[in-house]
Ligand binder design. Structure first.
Ligand SMILES: [Zn+2]
Length: 329
């Protein structure tokens, strides 16, 4: 361990920077005022509806990634844009059957960005590179698929686009948690790589930050994200899978007594960025400890916690309670 630490200290700082490039040849994200050439809006709506966030149905509907416009088509009008890995990583999952989810054909690539386990997700693909399999290493800029309009939501061909996410896997044992919750006749074809088990953050913001700062460190980027709410987890219902995957966010202190709770800080999306053991509290269940309403309102159309009208205290919404269950399983 000591040797490893010495080795890390000798690495040049530049080698630790996040090297990132956009997933198609469409680079207009970086051209100020050219947003409508980059984002593909939904039917009848402008480019804003192709952005990440609560951008649909007057802000009530949440879009977990960004939709990138198609640039090239063949003579029959089919999209031909290559889809490229945004950074070095390892293929985590390949979904080749278009009709098994609203993502259609999709690929998940796992990355280690400055110690943070993060995934890039490429969806609605027309086809996927033959031979691409889970476990294969990929390089930044490597073609992995072709942009398309596959999925169960009937995207029209003229709205062919890449749905792209930068996301986090909520629980490595998701499939076991989800199995008894499936409605009758329903199946989970994607195991732990079901979209329900991934939580996206704003991908355009990550690309723009990396563009502004070529020495960007993704761990520092995550640590700087506004905290929307903090939760106390009883020690016996700790978010263990998350803590194992995201060791960067755990702050260990001296342990004067057995740990009775974990304090977890969340972005409005529900991504945890800080975990700290506690000895001074023993909550019976998940408890909202604090709320930053300004940060929470950045995703007002999809709240995970809400204020009780009469008493004024904060509790989990149904979606928030489900997230706590998934993280604690
Ligand atoms: Zn989309």
């Amino acid at each position: 361990m000591l040797l490893r630490n010495i080795f890390l200290c000798l690495l040049p700082v530049g080698a630790m920077a996040l090297e990132l490039s956009l997933p198609t040849a469409n680079q207009t994200l970086f051209a100020p005022g050219a947003e409508e050439q980059f984002f593909q809006g939904t039917a009848g709506h402008d480019w804003r509806s192709g952005q990440y966030g609560c951008v649909r149905s007057e802000g009530r509907q949440y879009h977990e990634g960004m939709d990138i416009r198609c640039l090239q088509r063949d003579r029959r009008g089919e999209p031909t844009d290559s889809v490229l890995a945004v950074a070095d990583g390892e293929v985590a999952y390949v979904a080749r059957v278009a009709g098994q989810s609203n993502y259609g054909r999709y690929v998940l690539v796992r990355h280690d960005w400055n110690g943070v386990e993060v995934f890039s997700l490429y969806a609605h693909l027309r086809d996927i590179a033959s031979g691409l399999r889970a476990g294969h290493p990929v390089k930044r800029g490597q073609p992995i698929a072709t942009l398309g309009y596959s999925g169960t939501q009937n995207i029209s061909r003229d709205r062919a686009h890449l749905h792209f996410e930068i996301c986090f896997q909520l629980n490595r044992n998701f499939a076991a948690w989800f199995a008894p919750r499936l409605s009758q006749g329903d199946r989970n074809d994607h195991g732990n790589f079901n979209g329900i088990n991934f939580q996206g953050i704003d991908p355009a913001a990550v690309f723009l930050a990396a563009r502004r700062d070529p020495r960007m460190n993704f761990r520092e980027y995550m640590e700087a994200q506004p905290v929307a709410f903090t939760v106390l987890f009883p020690a016996r219902r700790a978010p263990l899978s998350w803590m194992r995957a995201q060791t960067w966010c755990i702050v260990n202190g001296p342990e004067p007594a057995p740990v009775t709770a974990y304090e977890v800080w969340f972005m409005a999306e529900g991504v945890a960025t800080f975990v700290r053991p506690r000895w001074d509290v023993a909550p019976a269940g998940w408890t909202v400890e604090g709320v930053n309403e300004i940060a929470l309102n950045t995703l007002a159309g999809r709240p995970l916690v809400a204020q009780n009208g009469k008493r004024g205290d904060w509790t989990f919404t149904q979606r928030g309670a489900e997230l706590m269950e998934m993280l604690s399983y």
